[in-house]
Design a binder for this molecule. Structure first.
Ligand SMILES: Nc1ncnc2c1ncn2[C@@H]1O[C@H](COP(=O)(O)OP(=O)(O)OP(=O)(O)O)[C@@H](O)[C@H]1O
Ligand SMILES: CC(=O)C(=O)O
Ligand SMILES: [K+]
Ligand SMILES: [Mg+2]
Length: 482
Protein backbone atom coordinates (compact mmCIF):
# COMPACT_ATOMS: atom_id res chain seq x y z
CA UNK A 1 0.00 0.00 0.00
CA UNK A 2 1.36 3.38 -0.81
CA UNK A 3 1.56 6.06 1.87
CA UNK A 4 -0.47 9.27 1.69
CA UNK A 5 0.82 11.11 4.79
CA UNK A 6 4.16 12.80 4.23
CA UNK A 7 7.30 12.83 6.37
CA UNK A 8 9.32 15.99 7.15
CA UNK A 9 12.76 15.18 8.58
CA UNK A 10 15.02 17.71 10.28
CA UNK A 11 18.66 17.12 9.43
CA UNK A 12 21.66 17.87 11.59
CA UNK A 13 24.94 16.25 12.63
CA UNK A 14 23.44 12.74 12.62
CA UNK A 15 22.18 12.99 9.05
CA UNK A 16 24.43 15.38 7.15
CA UNK A 17 25.92 12.57 5.12
CA UNK A 18 25.17 11.56 1.54
CA UNK A 19 24.68 7.85 2.28
CA UNK A 20 22.52 8.44 5.36
CA UNK A 21 20.40 10.94 3.43
CA UNK A 22 19.92 8.52 0.53
CA UNK A 23 18.76 5.86 2.98
CA UNK A 24 16.44 8.30 4.74
CA UNK A 25 14.88 9.38 1.43
CA UNK A 26 14.45 5.74 0.38
CA UNK A 27 12.86 5.06 3.78
CA UNK A 28 10.26 7.77 3.07
CA UNK A 29 11.45 11.34 3.67
CA UNK A 30 9.44 13.72 1.48
CA UNK A 31 10.62 17.07 2.88
CA UNK A 32 13.93 17.93 4.55
CA UNK A 33 13.88 20.65 7.23
CA UNK A 34 16.92 22.84 7.77
CA UNK A 35 16.71 24.45 11.21
CA UNK A 36 18.29 27.90 11.04
CA UNK A 37 18.43 27.99 14.88
CA UNK A 38 21.61 25.96 14.54
CA UNK A 39 24.68 26.46 12.40
CA UNK A 40 25.95 29.10 9.97
CA UNK A 41 24.56 30.19 6.61
CA UNK A 42 27.21 28.21 4.74
CA UNK A 43 26.27 25.02 6.65
CA UNK A 44 22.70 25.34 5.35
CA UNK A 45 23.85 26.06 1.81
CA UNK A 46 26.04 22.93 1.91
CA UNK A 47 23.25 20.83 3.42
CA UNK A 48 20.77 21.99 0.78
CA UNK A 49 23.15 20.90 -1.97
CA UNK A 50 23.66 17.54 -0.31
CA UNK A 51 19.88 17.03 -0.10
CA UNK A 52 19.43 17.82 -3.81
CA UNK A 53 22.24 15.37 -4.68
CA UNK A 54 20.82 12.62 -2.50
CA UNK A 55 17.34 13.13 -3.95
CA UNK A 56 18.76 12.92 -7.48
CA UNK A 57 20.51 9.67 -6.54
CA UNK A 58 17.09 8.30 -5.51
CA UNK A 59 15.39 9.62 -8.65
CA UNK A 60 13.01 11.62 -6.47
CA UNK A 61 12.10 15.26 -5.88
CA UNK A 62 12.35 16.15 -2.20
CA UNK A 63 11.28 19.56 -0.90
CA UNK A 64 13.52 21.68 1.32
CA UNK A 65 11.99 23.60 4.22
CA UNK A 66 14.04 26.43 5.74
CA UNK A 67 12.88 26.99 9.32
CA UNK A 68 13.78 30.44 10.65
CA UNK A 69 15.07 30.89 14.20
CA UNK A 70 12.60 33.66 15.02
CA UNK A 71 12.55 35.76 18.18
CA UNK A 72 13.06 32.93 20.61
CA UNK A 73 14.28 34.69 23.76
CA UNK A 74 17.33 33.03 25.24
CA UNK A 75 19.55 33.37 28.31
CA UNK A 76 23.25 34.10 27.73
CA UNK A 77 26.20 31.84 28.40
CA UNK A 78 27.55 30.77 31.81
CA UNK A 79 31.10 30.83 33.23
CA UNK A 80 31.00 27.05 33.57
CA UNK A 81 28.51 26.48 30.71
CA UNK A 82 25.75 25.64 33.19
CA UNK A 83 24.40 26.10 36.71
CA UNK A 84 22.12 24.09 38.96
CA UNK A 85 19.05 25.92 40.29
CA UNK A 86 17.29 24.56 43.39
CA UNK A 87 13.67 25.23 44.35
CA UNK A 88 13.42 28.46 46.35
CA UNK A 89 16.72 29.92 45.02
CA UNK A 90 16.80 33.60 44.07
CA UNK A 91 17.95 34.25 40.49
CA UNK A 92 18.31 37.41 38.38
CA UNK A 93 17.80 37.74 34.62
CA UNK A 94 19.82 40.84 33.75
CA UNK A 95 19.31 42.51 30.35
CA UNK A 96 22.62 44.38 30.69
CA UNK A 97 24.72 41.44 31.89
CA UNK A 98 27.08 40.35 29.13
CA UNK A 99 27.34 43.76 27.50
CA UNK A 100 30.98 43.83 28.57
CA UNK A 101 31.52 40.12 28.12
CA UNK A 102 30.34 39.08 31.62
CA UNK A 103 29.29 35.42 31.79
CA UNK A 104 26.41 34.07 33.85
CA UNK A 105 26.81 32.62 37.36
CA UNK A 106 24.76 31.25 40.24
CA UNK A 107 23.33 34.75 40.91
CA UNK A 108 22.47 36.14 37.47
CA UNK A 109 22.65 35.62 33.70
CA UNK A 110 22.32 37.85 30.62
CA UNK A 111 19.48 37.92 28.04
CA UNK A 112 19.54 38.25 24.26
CA UNK A 113 16.28 40.27 24.23
CA UNK A 114 17.07 43.53 26.01
CA UNK A 115 13.43 44.68 26.22
CA UNK A 116 12.28 41.67 28.25
CA UNK A 117 12.09 43.54 31.63
CA UNK A 118 9.61 45.97 30.06
CA UNK A 119 7.28 43.14 28.97
CA UNK A 120 7.02 41.40 32.36
CA UNK A 121 4.98 41.86 35.54
CA UNK A 122 5.34 40.66 39.12
CA UNK A 123 3.96 37.15 39.47
CA UNK A 124 4.65 36.15 35.84
CA UNK A 125 5.84 32.56 35.39
CA UNK A 126 8.87 32.18 33.15
CA UNK A 127 9.47 28.76 31.59
CA UNK A 128 13.05 27.95 30.63
CA UNK A 129 14.41 25.06 28.61
CA UNK A 130 11.01 24.04 27.17
CA UNK A 131 9.36 24.30 30.58
CA UNK A 132 11.77 22.12 32.56
CA UNK A 133 12.64 25.11 34.78
CA UNK A 134 10.08 27.58 36.15
CA UNK A 135 10.92 31.01 37.62
CA UNK A 136 8.41 33.37 39.25
CA UNK A 137 8.99 37.13 38.82
CA UNK A 138 9.27 38.90 42.24
CA UNK A 139 10.08 42.41 41.03
CA UNK A 140 11.58 44.30 38.13
CA UNK A 141 14.15 47.00 38.78
CA UNK A 142 15.38 48.70 35.59
CA UNK A 143 17.22 46.07 33.55
CA UNK A 144 17.07 43.42 36.30
CA UNK A 145 14.32 40.79 36.66
CA UNK A 146 14.38 39.35 40.21
CA UNK A 147 12.91 35.84 40.40
CA UNK A 148 12.39 32.91 42.74
CA UNK A 149 12.95 29.39 41.39
CA UNK A 150 9.68 27.44 41.51
CA UNK A 151 10.96 24.35 39.71
CA UNK A 152 14.72 23.96 39.65
CA UNK A 153 17.10 21.99 37.47
CA UNK A 154 20.14 22.35 35.27
CA UNK A 155 20.26 25.57 33.23
CA UNK A 156 22.86 25.62 30.48
CA UNK A 157 24.01 28.12 27.81
CA UNK A 158 21.47 29.77 25.49
CA UNK A 159 18.34 27.98 26.71
CA UNK A 160 15.03 29.48 25.59
CA UNK A 161 12.59 31.50 27.77
CA UNK A 162 8.81 31.66 27.35
CA UNK A 163 6.20 33.35 29.52
CA UNK A 164 3.33 31.08 30.54
CA UNK A 165 0.27 32.40 28.73
CA UNK A 166 2.41 34.10 26.08
CA UNK A 167 2.31 37.82 25.45
CA UNK A 168 5.99 38.66 25.01
CA UNK A 169 6.22 41.34 22.32
CA UNK A 170 9.41 40.44 20.44
CA UNK A 171 8.71 40.98 16.72
CA UNK A 172 8.42 37.77 14.68
CA UNK A 173 11.08 38.61 12.11
CA UNK A 174 14.51 39.33 13.55
CA UNK A 175 17.45 40.87 11.66
CA UNK A 176 18.97 37.37 11.57
CA UNK A 177 15.78 35.94 10.03
CA UNK A 178 15.90 38.58 7.29
CA UNK A 179 19.46 37.53 6.41
CA UNK A 180 18.53 33.84 6.66
CA UNK A 181 15.60 34.34 4.26
CA UNK A 182 18.12 35.57 1.67
CA UNK A 183 20.31 32.52 2.30
CA UNK A 184 17.31 30.19 1.95
CA UNK A 185 16.25 31.82 -1.32
CA UNK A 186 19.81 31.53 -2.69
CA UNK A 187 19.20 27.76 -2.83
CA UNK A 188 15.50 28.13 -3.60
CA UNK A 189 14.09 26.54 -0.48
CA UNK A 190 10.63 25.28 -1.45
CA UNK A 191 9.10 26.05 1.95
CA UNK A 192 9.90 28.83 4.39
CA UNK A 193 8.74 28.26 7.98
CA UNK A 194 8.33 31.40 10.08
CA UNK A 195 8.73 30.99 13.84
CA UNK A 196 6.41 32.66 16.37
CA UNK A 197 4.20 34.72 14.00
CA UNK A 198 1.42 36.43 15.96
CA UNK A 199 -0.55 38.00 13.13
CA UNK A 200 -1.25 37.86 9.40
CA UNK A 201 1.03 40.89 9.02
CA UNK A 202 4.03 38.89 10.25
CA UNK A 203 3.41 36.33 7.52
CA UNK A 204 2.75 38.94 4.84
CA UNK A 205 6.00 40.69 5.68
CA UNK A 206 7.95 37.43 5.57
CA UNK A 207 6.40 36.49 2.23
CA UNK A 208 7.28 39.86 0.77
CA UNK A 209 10.91 39.53 1.89
CA UNK A 210 11.09 35.99 0.50
CA UNK A 211 9.61 36.96 -2.84
CA UNK A 212 12.07 39.84 -3.20
CA UNK A 213 15.02 37.61 -2.28
CA UNK A 214 13.74 34.91 -4.65
CA UNK A 215 13.17 37.23 -7.57
CA UNK A 216 16.60 36.75 -9.24
CA UNK A 217 15.81 33.00 -9.33
CA UNK A 218 12.14 33.46 -10.34
CA UNK A 219 11.37 31.60 -7.14
CA UNK A 220 8.50 32.02 -4.70
CA UNK A 221 8.51 29.69 -1.70
CA UNK A 222 5.40 28.43 0.07
CA UNK A 223 5.02 30.05 3.49
CA UNK A 224 4.42 27.99 6.64
CA UNK A 225 3.32 29.76 9.84
CA UNK A 226 4.59 27.94 12.92
CA UNK A 227 1.81 28.16 15.50
CA UNK A 228 3.74 28.29 18.76
CA UNK A 229 2.64 31.30 20.76
CA UNK A 230 -0.57 31.88 22.66
CA UNK A 231 -1.50 35.07 20.75
CA UNK A 232 -1.60 33.18 17.45
CA UNK A 233 -4.56 31.03 18.53
CA UNK A 234 -7.34 33.66 18.48
CA UNK A 235 -6.13 34.97 15.08
CA UNK A 236 -5.49 31.57 13.53
CA UNK A 237 -7.88 32.11 10.61
CA UNK A 238 -6.22 35.33 9.50
CA UNK A 239 -2.76 33.75 9.84
CA UNK A 240 -3.98 30.80 7.72
CA UNK A 241 -5.35 33.17 5.09
CA UNK A 242 -1.93 34.88 4.83
CA UNK A 243 0.01 31.58 4.68
CA UNK A 244 0.19 28.43 2.56
CA UNK A 245 0.16 26.20 5.61
CA UNK A 246 0.79 25.90 9.33
CA UNK A 247 3.00 23.85 11.58
CA UNK A 248 1.60 22.66 14.89
CA UNK A 249 4.89 23.52 16.67
CA UNK A 250 4.12 21.64 19.86
CA UNK A 251 7.46 22.34 21.56
CA UNK A 252 6.99 26.04 22.17
CA UNK A 253 3.19 25.94 21.95
CA UNK A 254 2.95 23.55 24.91
CA UNK A 255 5.08 25.85 27.01
CA UNK A 256 2.91 28.87 26.24
CA UNK A 257 -0.58 27.38 26.48
CA UNK A 258 0.09 24.47 28.87
CA UNK A 259 0.72 21.00 27.50
CA UNK A 260 -2.77 19.66 28.28
CA UNK A 261 -4.30 22.15 25.82
CA UNK A 262 -2.17 21.01 22.88
CA UNK A 263 -3.94 17.83 21.64
CA UNK A 264 -7.29 19.58 21.17
CA UNK A 265 -5.58 22.56 19.55
CA UNK A 266 -3.78 20.22 17.16
CA UNK A 267 -7.09 18.76 16.00
CA UNK A 268 -8.68 22.19 15.60
CA UNK A 269 -5.69 23.63 13.72
CA UNK A 270 -5.50 20.74 11.25
CA UNK A 271 -9.25 20.91 10.63
CA UNK A 272 -9.12 24.67 10.05
CA UNK A 273 -6.12 24.36 7.74
CA UNK A 274 -7.85 21.79 5.54
CA UNK A 275 -11.08 23.76 5.45
CA UNK A 276 -9.07 26.80 4.29
CA UNK A 277 -7.28 24.81 1.54
CA UNK A 278 -4.01 25.10 3.47
CA UNK A 279 -1.38 22.58 4.55
CA UNK A 280 -0.71 21.27 8.07
CA UNK A 281 2.42 19.73 9.60
CA UNK A 282 2.42 18.10 13.04
CA UNK A 283 5.76 18.58 14.80
CA UNK A 284 7.91 17.88 17.84
CA UNK A 285 8.59 14.87 20.05
CA UNK A 286 6.62 12.50 17.77
CA UNK A 287 9.27 9.77 18.11
CA UNK A 288 11.29 11.40 20.90
CA UNK A 289 12.50 8.18 22.54
CA UNK A 290 14.04 7.08 19.22
CA UNK A 291 16.77 9.68 19.81
CA UNK A 292 18.26 6.89 21.97
CA UNK A 293 16.21 3.75 21.30
CA UNK A 294 15.71 1.66 18.17
CA UNK A 295 11.96 1.30 18.81
CA UNK A 296 9.37 3.96 19.71
CA UNK A 297 7.09 3.84 22.75
CA UNK A 298 3.46 2.75 22.38
CA UNK A 299 2.47 6.36 23.13
CA UNK A 300 4.63 7.67 20.28
CA UNK A 301 3.15 5.16 17.84
CA UNK A 302 -0.31 6.37 18.85
CA UNK A 303 0.74 10.00 18.54
CA UNK A 304 1.85 9.57 14.93
CA UNK A 305 -1.25 7.52 14.06
CA UNK A 306 -3.56 10.08 15.69
CA UNK A 307 -2.00 12.94 13.74
CA UNK A 308 -2.69 10.92 10.56
CA UNK A 309 -6.31 10.46 11.62
CA UNK A 310 -6.55 14.19 12.44
CA UNK A 311 -5.79 14.77 8.74
CA UNK A 312 -2.27 16.20 8.95
CA UNK A 313 -0.39 16.49 5.66
CA UNK A 314 2.86 15.51 7.31
CA UNK A 315 4.43 14.28 10.51
CA UNK A 316 7.80 15.74 11.43
CA UNK A 317 10.97 14.60 13.16
CA UNK A 318 13.35 16.94 15.04
CA UNK A 319 16.29 15.66 17.09
CA UNK A 320 15.31 12.06 16.18
CA UNK A 321 16.86 12.57 12.75
CA UNK A 322 19.03 15.68 13.43
CA UNK A 323 21.10 14.36 16.31
CA UNK A 324 19.65 10.97 17.28
CA UNK A 325 21.15 7.50 17.04
CA UNK A 326 18.54 6.06 14.67
CA UNK A 327 17.63 8.56 11.92
CA UNK A 328 16.87 5.93 9.27
CA UNK A 329 14.91 3.62 11.59
CA UNK A 330 12.84 6.59 12.81
CA UNK A 331 11.72 7.36 9.26
CA UNK A 332 11.01 3.69 8.47
CA UNK A 333 8.92 3.38 11.60
CA UNK A 334 6.95 6.58 10.95
CA UNK A 335 6.22 5.50 7.38
CA UNK A 336 4.87 2.15 8.56
CA UNK A 337 2.65 3.77 11.19
CA UNK A 338 1.21 6.22 8.62
CA UNK A 339 0.33 3.46 6.15
CA UNK A 340 -1.43 1.42 8.82
CA UNK A 341 -3.34 4.40 10.24
CA UNK A 342 -4.54 5.45 6.78
CA UNK A 343 -6.18 2.04 6.30
CA UNK A 344 -8.64 2.83 9.06
CA UNK A 345 -9.57 6.28 7.78
CA UNK A 346 -13.25 7.00 7.79
CA UNK A 347 -14.27 8.39 4.44
CA UNK A 348 -16.79 11.23 4.52
CA UNK A 349 -16.48 13.00 1.20
CA UNK A 350 -20.20 13.77 0.92
CA UNK A 351 -20.28 15.39 4.36
CA UNK A 352 -17.36 17.67 3.41
CA UNK A 353 -19.50 19.29 0.72
CA UNK A 354 -22.87 19.64 2.45
CA UNK A 355 -24.21 23.13 1.72
CA UNK A 356 -21.06 24.08 -0.21
CA UNK A 357 -21.49 26.13 -3.39
CA UNK A 358 -18.76 26.06 -6.05
CA UNK A 359 -18.02 29.41 -7.64
CA UNK A 360 -14.77 28.80 -9.50
CA UNK A 361 -14.47 26.68 -12.64
CA UNK A 362 -11.11 25.16 -11.67
CA UNK A 363 -12.32 24.23 -8.17
CA UNK A 364 -15.54 22.77 -9.57
CA UNK A 365 -13.47 20.55 -11.86
CA UNK A 366 -11.25 19.48 -8.96
CA UNK A 367 -14.22 18.52 -6.79
CA UNK A 368 -16.00 16.93 -9.76
CA UNK A 369 -12.95 14.70 -10.20
CA UNK A 370 -13.05 13.77 -6.51
CA UNK A 371 -16.67 12.67 -6.60
CA UNK A 372 -16.20 10.84 -9.90
CA UNK A 373 -13.20 8.97 -8.56
CA UNK A 374 -14.95 8.17 -5.30
CA UNK A 375 -18.17 6.87 -6.86
CA UNK A 376 -16.75 5.11 -9.92
CA UNK A 377 -13.88 3.59 -7.87
CA UNK A 378 -11.26 4.53 -10.47
CA UNK A 379 -7.56 3.67 -9.99
CA UNK A 380 -6.22 7.21 -9.89
CA UNK A 381 -6.94 10.89 -10.24
CA UNK A 382 -4.44 12.58 -12.53
CA UNK A 383 -4.22 16.37 -12.37
CA UNK A 384 -2.24 18.01 -15.14
CA UNK A 385 -1.19 21.14 -13.36
CA UNK A 386 1.20 24.10 -13.58
CA UNK A 387 0.88 25.54 -10.08
CA UNK A 388 -0.30 22.40 -8.29
CA UNK A 389 -3.42 24.06 -6.90
CA UNK A 390 -5.84 21.55 -8.46
CA UNK A 391 -3.99 18.74 -6.67
CA UNK A 392 -3.89 20.77 -3.46
CA UNK A 393 -7.67 21.37 -3.44
CA UNK A 394 -8.35 17.70 -4.08
CA UNK A 395 -5.97 16.64 -1.34
CA UNK A 396 -7.94 18.57 1.33
CA UNK A 397 -10.55 15.78 1.30
CA UNK A 398 -9.95 12.19 2.24
CA UNK A 399 -10.71 9.57 -0.41
CA UNK A 400 -9.14 6.19 -1.11
CA UNK A 401 -8.01 7.11 -4.63
CA UNK A 402 -4.42 8.36 -5.00
CA UNK A 403 -3.93 11.75 -6.64
CA UNK A 404 -1.15 12.27 -9.18
CA UNK A 405 0.02 15.76 -10.06
CA UNK A 406 1.73 15.78 -13.44
CA UNK A 407 3.56 19.01 -14.02
CA UNK A 408 6.21 20.52 -16.27
CA UNK A 409 7.42 22.60 -13.28
CA UNK A 410 10.06 21.04 -11.03
CA UNK A 411 9.21 23.59 -8.29
CA UNK A 412 5.57 22.52 -8.32
CA UNK A 413 6.71 18.91 -8.19
CA UNK A 414 8.87 19.56 -5.12
CA UNK A 415 6.22 21.61 -3.31
CA UNK A 416 3.63 18.89 -3.90
CA UNK A 417 5.79 16.44 -1.97
CA UNK A 418 4.21 17.88 1.20
CA UNK A 419 0.58 17.48 0.05
CA UNK A 420 -1.21 14.57 1.62
CA UNK A 421 -2.20 11.81 -0.81
CA UNK A 422 -0.49 13.53 -3.78
CA UNK A 423 2.42 12.13 -5.78
CA UNK A 424 3.95 14.47 -8.33
CA UNK A 425 5.71 13.49 -11.54
CA UNK A 426 7.39 15.46 -14.26
CA UNK A 427 5.54 15.83 -17.54
CA UNK A 428 6.99 17.29 -20.72
CA UNK A 429 5.39 20.57 -21.70
CA UNK A 430 3.15 20.00 -24.75
CA UNK A 431 0.60 22.13 -26.50
CA UNK A 432 -1.58 19.22 -27.63
CA UNK A 433 -3.81 17.72 -24.93
CA UNK A 434 -4.03 14.36 -26.79
CA UNK A 435 -0.26 13.95 -26.52
CA UNK A 436 -0.28 14.92 -22.87
CA UNK A 437 -3.13 12.54 -22.03
CA UNK A 438 -1.20 9.73 -23.66
CA UNK A 439 1.88 10.64 -21.58
CA UNK A 440 -0.28 10.63 -18.44
CA UNK A 441 -1.61 7.15 -19.26
CA UNK A 442 1.88 5.85 -19.92
CA UNK A 443 3.10 7.20 -16.59
CA UNK A 444 0.30 5.42 -14.74
CA UNK A 445 1.20 2.16 -16.49
CA UNK A 446 4.97 2.55 -15.92
CA UNK A 447 4.45 3.19 -12.23
CA UNK A 448 2.09 0.24 -11.88
CA UNK A 449 -0.84 2.44 -10.82
CA UNK A 450 -3.18 1.35 -13.60
CA UNK A 451 -3.16 -1.23 -16.37
CA UNK A 452 -4.85 -1.37 -19.76
CA UNK A 453 -8.63 -1.22 -19.38
CA UNK A 454 -8.56 0.43 -15.90
CA UNK A 455 -10.35 3.72 -15.42
CA UNK A 456 -8.64 6.93 -14.32
CA UNK A 457 -9.93 10.50 -14.03
CA UNK A 458 -7.86 13.24 -15.64
CA UNK A 459 -8.19 17.02 -15.21
CA UNK A 460 -6.45 19.70 -17.25
CA UNK A 461 -6.88 23.15 -18.72
CA UNK A 462 -7.51 24.07 -22.35
CA UNK A 463 -5.47 25.62 -23.81
CA UNK A 464 -2.56 23.74 -22.20
CA UNK A 465 0.26 25.53 -20.42
CA UNK A 466 -1.55 28.30 -18.57
CA UNK A 467 -1.69 28.67 -14.79
CA UNK A 468 -5.15 28.47 -13.20
CA UNK A 469 -7.03 27.40 -16.30
CA UNK A 470 -8.27 23.94 -15.30
CA UNK A 471 -11.58 23.53 -17.13
CA UNK A 472 -11.64 19.93 -18.37
CA UNK A 473 -12.35 16.56 -16.80
CA UNK A 474 -12.22 13.25 -18.61
CA UNK A 475 -12.86 9.72 -17.46
CA UNK A 476 -10.29 7.72 -19.35
CA UNK A 477 -10.14 3.99 -19.93
CA UNK A 478 -6.39 3.30 -20.01
CA UNK A 479 -5.30 2.25 -23.51
CA UNK A 480 -7.89 4.46 -25.23
CA UNK A 481 -5.18 6.64 -26.74
CA UNK A 482 -3.19 3.85 -28.41
N1 LIG B 1 21.76 21.81 12.30
C1 LIG B 1 21.89 21.32 13.53
N2 LIG B 1 23.07 21.30 14.12
C2 LIG B 1 23.22 20.84 15.36
N3 LIG B 1 22.23 20.33 16.10
C3 LIG B 1 21.03 20.31 15.57
C4 LIG B 1 20.78 20.82 14.27
N4 LIG B 1 19.48 20.69 14.02
C5 LIG B 1 18.94 20.17 15.13
N5 LIG B 1 19.86 19.91 16.05
C6 LIG B 1 19.69 19.27 17.38
O1 LIG B 1 18.43 18.65 17.45
C7 LIG B 1 17.67 19.20 18.54
C8 LIG B 1 16.20 19.25 18.18
O2 LIG B 1 16.00 19.81 16.92
P1 LIG B 1 14.99 21.00 16.72
O3 LIG B 1 15.04 21.31 15.28
O4 LIG B 1 13.69 20.68 17.33
O5 LIG B 1 15.77 22.15 17.54
P2 LIG B 1 15.32 23.23 18.61
O6 LIG B 1 16.57 23.87 19.09
O7 LIG B 1 14.39 22.63 19.60
O8 LIG B 1 14.53 24.18 17.64
P3 LIG B 1 14.00 25.66 17.79
O9 LIG B 1 15.21 26.50 18.09
O10 LIG B 1 13.44 25.90 16.43
O11 LIG B 1 12.95 25.64 18.87
C9 LIG B 1 18.29 20.55 18.77
O12 LIG B 1 18.06 21.05 20.07
C10 LIG B 1 19.74 20.28 18.50
O13 LIG B 1 20.35 19.70 19.61
C1 LIG C 1 9.26 22.94 15.82
C2 LIG C 1 9.20 23.99 16.83
O1 LIG C 1 9.74 25.08 16.65
C3 LIG C 1 8.50 23.74 18.07
O2 LIG C 1 7.89 22.67 18.23
O3 LIG C 1 8.48 24.62 18.92
K1 LIG D 1 13.78 27.19 14.16
MG1 LIG E 1 9.59 26.35 18.31
Amino acid sequence: MSRGTKIVATIGPASTDFNVLVKMIRAGVDVVRLNFSHGKAQDHIDRARLVREAAAECGREVAIMADMQGPKIRVGKFENNKIELANGDKFILDAKWGENGELGNQERVGLDYKALPRDLHNGDHLLLNDGLIVLVVDKIVGHEIFTTVKIGGELSNNKGINRQGGGLTAPALTAKDMEDIKTAMSFQADYLAISFPKSATDMEMARQLANIAGEPFHHKPMMIAKIERAEAIPVLQEILDASDGIMVARGDLAVEVGNAAVPALQKRMIKMARASNKLAITATQMMESMIFNAVPTRAEVSDVANAVLDGTDAVMTSAETASGKYPIETVEMMAAICVEAEQSEYNKLDADFLNVTFTRIDQSIAYGALFTAHHLRVKAIVALTESGSTALWMSRHSIDTPIFALTPSVTTQRKASLYRNVRAYHLLQQADSKVVLKQAEDLMITHGIAKKGDMIVVTWGEPMGQVGGTNALKIVKVGEFE
